[in-house]
Design a protein around this ligand. Sequence first.
Ligand code: CTP
Length: 380
Amino acid sequence: EIGSLAERMGYKAYLVGGVVRDMLMNKEVWDLDVVVEGNAIELAGELARIHGVDLHPFPEFGTAHLKIDSIKLEFATTRRETYPHPGAYPLVEFASLREDLLRRDFTINAMAVSLMSEDFGTLIDYFGGLRDLKDKLIRVLHPLSFVEDPVRILRALRFAGRLGFRLSKSTEKLLIKAVELGLLKEAPQGRIFSEIRLALREENLPEIIKLYKKYRVLESLFEGFSWDDQLERRLKGLRSVIEWHRIEFPQERLDYGWLYLMLLLLRVDAAGYMNFLNAPSWVRQGYTFLKKDLDRLLGDLKKAQKPSEVYRLLKGKHLSVLLLLMSFPEVQDRVKLYLEKLRHVKVDPREFSGLSGPDLGKAMEEKKSQLMDSLFSLNS
Ligand code: CTP
């Protein structure tokens, strides 16, 4: 349908980018990127009119969004991009499909599928994307790719982690060079940190973090960051705690990605980065709390003699703080007892007739403590 509309207008239209990659990997797709050799906004407008849906045009970019049923479509005019300096927002000019594909990041993201009736569904693969998909390789299209857009350093590692791919030999060399040159520090931090946010949402985040380690990108991004065995052990610990929590408390879901970030940044002064990252308030609060009080709390938890003490130490703490604490082996059992048992202990206010207000509260808490200490025990 898009193809025949385009034909009537004298244009050509193609599906491009991540959607082509995902279709070739048999994944479900909901976001379709269409490029048009011609006026994309006009074509999108016509499609929106036929389906009676709203059009969101962005004339300054030559793009338009619309949504038909649950499919999101983004239309863009084919364009060429040139970068005035590394990491800058590019200058944009009209161009052919091939040039539009050439400006993209990796071969697997630079394929197109024709939507035209004469060759509908034909794969257009100028740069060997299909072969790299089969060989599980991330490969840049040209040697300056990371220099033009350093965000791609992180994108390469995100896709490698997500898909279980490796970097091609030459791409790996270019990426290492780009990191050594400090390009991540020079790039606009807003774009870098939105890319980090995308990584935090990935299912395979632990793999991505391993790649961040291998290619030393966090050292470049966060002043004062360094890797050591302890941090690695804690990350592994956190990973199993998160797996455990996912299964035990499926109704309590959390954006777990942020927990990894909090742990990674615990030994960095990262309050400022939280702004760049646009971190949600629970992350900022949890992080600030842990920076200040982690050691004290770990000490107190270890010293606790009774379940009721553990309860008092952990009561009211945000789940993110609890899960992070639980990833420290020395207090794991105690935090687990709290999450599984102590926080669910309830007493019935009707047992306390005659009391009200603060007195009632106090009596109930005392009763709870007694109950906990008789029902459960701490193995030291
Ligand atoms: N792209 C690029 N360089 C970037 C960002 C994007 O070349 N720094 C190109 C890639 O061709 C990519 C397309 O723009 O496929 C769309 O970008 P995006 O939506 O971020 O990528 P997807 O591949 O769709 O990623 P995801 O699966 O994470 O949505």
